[in-house]
Design a protein around this ligand. Structure first.
Ligand SMILES: Cc1ncc(COP(=O)(O)O)c(C=O)c1O
Length: 381
């Protein structure tokens, strides 16, 4: 039965929702499409989660993930009030938009509709702006749209490096007053890493909040955590999903100035982090050497796969993440997507023009990389 009239807000009706990577249940599928870790969580983590599955499931979990925040504070050299834990870092990115950005009331960044809506609310455009580079994590514009914020999408350089401060000033697109700037570092989907020095320069020039989204940082040469601990407007986002094999449990966190963190605590759900997730993440921090071995394995496979694909005519961009972005030869990238899928290898293709010539390939096990190379050789004939 169709509903009469609309019960749904115009903003939601017009919204283009985020499209997550597929999770198909195909037997024997080599799944290289969502940057999951090919290695399981540490045995200690599995034991801790199993041991917690009993009658205690009837109880609410700790509302602030207190023990986990204490452990994270010890690991990163801050205090627990520098940290908020979320239901994945996605939840915290959404909270940052809600906590730091005024809604402009417009479902798009269209300047005319913004002016009409915001003049009523007495807001300035920068106060209502979520700013990010393109390409970067494709969730950011969706979060801005959900909130009715204005979007300022500024292109990275053609090789996906960061424009310098002078280039941003000259380009005139960049808003140094944007309420919230989101930077994926290392970048997704390009895989390019950024130095802490250039990120520090970028952060210092901003007058609003900057979130450095370090979802893939464990596979990179540098991290920018010191900026979150020393710079009052910078938050660093981390996740247990990618490097720590815990996508299923949904645990991420922000590190930053206690006043920013306290603001986000005010607007989160009371029990936003499930109990088993808290237990799994705590046990993860007790066994970091296990994960560091996996990072090295993934990095070694990444480098080998990049070399092999290059030999086969792919243009592979240098990566500091657990995936590579590669421009295939002979056929368009979306044809390769299908041809690989026919051979039970699932990779990711994005239709955005800056990256539509490329495939994003998650780094799996050594055997999965070999299967990928075998399939590419067959497809290329
Ligand atoms: C750049 C980036 N940030 C954040 C996330 C979200 O991670 P989580 O699983 O912690 O929500 C992802 C996941 O794909 C990502 O690619």
């Amino acid at each position: 039965m169709k509903l009469q009239g609309s019960l749904i807000r115009p903003l939601v009706r017009e919204l283009h929702a985020y499209v997550p990577g597929e999770q198909p249940k195909i037997k024997g599928l080599i799944k290289l499409n969502t940057n999951e870790n090919p290695y399981p969580p540490a045995p200690k983590v599995l034991r801790a989660v199993k041991a917690a599955v009993d009658g205690r499931l009837r109880l609410y979990p700790n509302p602030t993930a207190e023990r986990l925040r204490e452990k994270l504070a010890r690991l990163h050299g801050g205090a627990p009030d520098h940290i908020i834990v979320g239901n994945g870092s996605d939840e915290l990115l959404a909270l940052a938009v809600r906590g730091f950005v005024e809604p402009a009331g417009a479902p798009s960044s269209n300047a005319a509709s913004f002016r009409k809506a915001s003049s009523k609310a007495g807001a300035s455009r920068s106060n209502c702006t979520v700013q990010y580079f393109t390409p970067s994590y494709s969730l950011y514009p969706v979060l801005a749209d959900i909130h009715g914020a204005a979007k300022n999408a500024v292109p990275l350089k053609p090789d996906f490096s960061l424009p310098s401060g002078a280039e941003l000033k000259r380009g005139k697109l960049w808003d140094f007053d944007a309420a919230l700037t989101l930077v994926t570092t290392p970048n997704a989907p390009s895989g390019r890493g950024y130095s802490t020095k250039e990120l520090a320069t970028l952060c210092r020039a901003q007058r609003g909040v900057v979130v450095l989204d370090e979802a893939y940082v464990d596979f990179a040469n540098e991290n920018a955590l010191e900026l979150a601990l020393n710079h009052p407007r910078v938050l660093v986002a981390r996740t247990f999903s990618k490097a720590y094999s815990l996508c299923f449990q949904r645990v991420g966190y922000f590190v930053g100035h206690p006043e920013l963190i306290a603001a986000l605590h005010k607007i989160r759900d009371s029990y936003n982090v499930n109990g088993l997730g808290q237990i799994a993440a705590e046990a993860t921090l007790d066994d970091l050497p296990y994960y560091r071995v996996n990072f090295q394995k993934i990095i070694a496979t990444r480098e080998k796969l990049s070399r092999e694909l290059t030999k086969l005519g792919f243009r592979v961009l240098p990566s500091q993440t657990n995936f590579i972005l590669a421009k295939p030869p002979l056929f368009p990238a979306n044809e390769w997507l299908q041809k690989l899928r026919d051979r039970k290898i699932l990779v990711r293709w994005f239709s955005a023009p800056e990256v539509s010539d490329y495939l994003r390939i998650t780094i799996g096990t050594k055997a999965e990389a070999e299967a990928m190379i075998g399939a590419v050789k067959k497809i290329a004939g």
